[in-house]
Write a protein that binds this ligand. Sequence first.
Ligand code: ATP
Length: 314
Amino acid sequence: MTSLRWRVRAFAKVNLALYVGARRADGYHPVATVIQRLALYDRLEISVEKRSAPGLEIRVWADVPGVPENEENLAGKAVRLLAPELARAGYGGARVTVRIEKRIPAAAGLGGGSADAAAVLESLDQRLGLGIGREELARRAAALGSDVPACLYQEATVGTGRGERVQPVAAPVLWWVLAHPGGALRTGDVYQAYDGLRPPRPGPEAPGGEDERLRSAVEPLVRALSNSNVAEIANNLYNDLQEAACRLRPDIEPLLEAMMAQGALGAIVSGSGPTVAALAPSPAMAERIAAALSSGSAWTWWGPGLASGSGTAW
Ligand code: ATP
């Protein structure tokens, strides 16, 4: 029986911008979003054992309660997605085990589940020589969740469509402070609250009009990132879901205010929340803001976003 075992890190994400359009007929909302990965990560230990019995056995569990197991977990779904390639590479009869050391708060707007799934996809492809490649993985990963393709990239990305069409963009190292007020926010509930807040559309829009509007909305931020202009980046932090998240969770607003009062350049709800992310002018200020917030009941973290290289033209 052959057995392979390795460890991999799955990095959280923050949405610097999230523009959301009207709900489509398929139930999804079109978005344009800009994501940076953070130096906050789950640790995954993955092992693959070839067995004599046929069939793929998938075992996944995390070291904290409340995270789904096995094929209910996004990391388990990621293994299942690669079943055809695993079989072709001689792993048709195998037990794949993923043990997750969870450091990213779950259901927090930080993409923890998506990051775990992406780390599984990428590392199975590379370690077992499945020969799929990142672009094809990104195309297929959309079936697991809109944020999974972006999590295949360590660099910053712009996501369009329902967030799953991703393109890497240049970005400097930015210093972030996260504060999580506790509890969870279900992404579906936040989108539903958002729909309730939107004024009805004035009339039919030209085909592609909404997608185009959303794409151009993120352009000033993409430019500021490529120029490493931190003040402009802060000016362009934006989240269409923020108002809905704040209505569902009145404990978010005081965190945003406290971060700004402590000297953040900007503060925003990340994704569907309830985590709040503040952009700090320096690591020292990030540490200071986090220290001030940690005297309350919120979970806090501070550290860098991951830098990206030149990216491709947007
Ligand atoms: P996003 O910002 O991508 O919407 P999120 O950060 O709000 O995601 P996740 O941490 O990815 O949320 O968790 C969302 C839900 O997914 C959880 O409520 C949990 O039940 C489920 N889930 C499945 N797999 C995982 C995983 N590996 N880690 C955390 N949650 C998982």
